[in-house]
Write a protein that binds this ligand. Structure first.
Ligand code: HEM
Length: 98
């Protein structure tokens, strides 16, 4: 797993959205990774915006949980809008639990 320079779940997600997926697409335009952006609303709350023709927001939630297990963090995950309901992007709130 890529964790260079990051040491928690939010760090990995911010990095993936901001640069890794982008770099993959730039390296090979046939690859179509998702558009993923993350806004840190506070130390313990991250809002993820996800958009992809594949509509794999459930995979995003699974990755968040898996990263949480890796870093020993627990989260309440709440998707407030979803492409499966016709929205242009999914919005997934991730609250870190004590
Ligand atoms: C940190 C290192 C990461 C790397 C190297 C990486 C790399 C990739 C690659 C190579 C693909 C396939 C793209 C294609 O061939 O079209 C992909 C897809 C995907 N990635 Fe990542 N990723 C990373 C992190 C993440 C994280 C943190 C999330 C979510 C929180 C995420 C969510 C997804 C999803 C949902 C897909 C499925 C494709 C889609 O939704 O259209 N990835 N990623």
């Amino acid at each position: 797993m890529y964790t260079d320079g990051v040491h928690d779940t939010f760090g990995v997600i911010e990095k993936a959205g901001g640069s890794i997926h982008h770099a993959i697409h730039r390296h090979n335009p046939d690859r179509k990774p998702p558009t993923l952006t993350a806004h840190r609303e506070s130390d313990d709350f991250l809002e993820i915006h996800y958009r992809s023709q594949r509509q794999l927001c459930d995979v995003v939630k699974g990755i968040v949980r898996g990263l949480g297990e890796h870093f020993d963090e627990r989260f309440a995950i709440n998707e407030t809008q979803c492409m499966h309901d016709g929205a242009s992007e999914c919005i997934i709130g991730v609250k870190r639990l004590a």
